[in-house]
Design a protein around this ligand. Structure first.
Ligand code: NI
Length: 155
């Protein structure tokens, strides 16, 4: 496994729409391992492939229950709403209030190409939405109702 460099806001790659994964090979497995390692080192709850410079539809999420790998993920159901502070490893030190669904169902493939669905509530739903947005070139700041001021960041 290797720690990859995290692309920061301002880099064009973060505004691009990613292509689906078609080959479920060792290279994809290696990339997923590296993404999990990089997310852990950065203390993040999610990371999308474009954030390590790869324009493929791959994300990893870990809200404290272990790493979830999503290849070619798609939100197929959503309900409710939550408004809370959100940040991004590509925008260090910046946080904003973003409205997200309270509950989502995501359809995706695993690293071997097998299809599955997974549900997310609260933080997990937020993380799924945030990371899947990255695959369409959308950074959370574009969706933020408002950004938090430095004096609001305490705690
Ligand atoms: Ni992000």
């Amino acid at each position: 496994m290797a720690i990859r460099n995290i692309v920061k806001e301002g880099d064009d790659i973060l505004t691009k729409v990613c292509r689906p994964v078609e080959k479920f090979d060792d290279k994809l497995g290696q990339m997923l391992d590296d993404m999990a390692e990089t997310m852990k080192m950065a203390d993040g709850v999610g990371l999308a492939a474009p954030q390590i410079g790869i324009l493929r539809r791959v994300v990893v999420v870990d809200v404290g229950e272990g790493v979830i790998e999503l290849v070619n993920p798609r939100i197929i159901e959503e309900s409710g709403e939550q408004r809370d502070a959100e940040g991004c490893l590509s925008c260090p030190g910046e946080y904003g209030i973003v409205a997200r669904p309270m509950h989502v169902v995501v359809e995706a493939q695993d690293r071997y190409g097998k299809k599955f669905t997974i549900e997310g509530e609260e933080l997990k739903a937020r993380a799924f939405c945030h990371e899947i947005d990255h695959l369409d070139g959308i950074i959370f700041k574009k969706r933020a109702i408002r950004m938090l001021k430095p004096e609001e960041l305490e705690g």
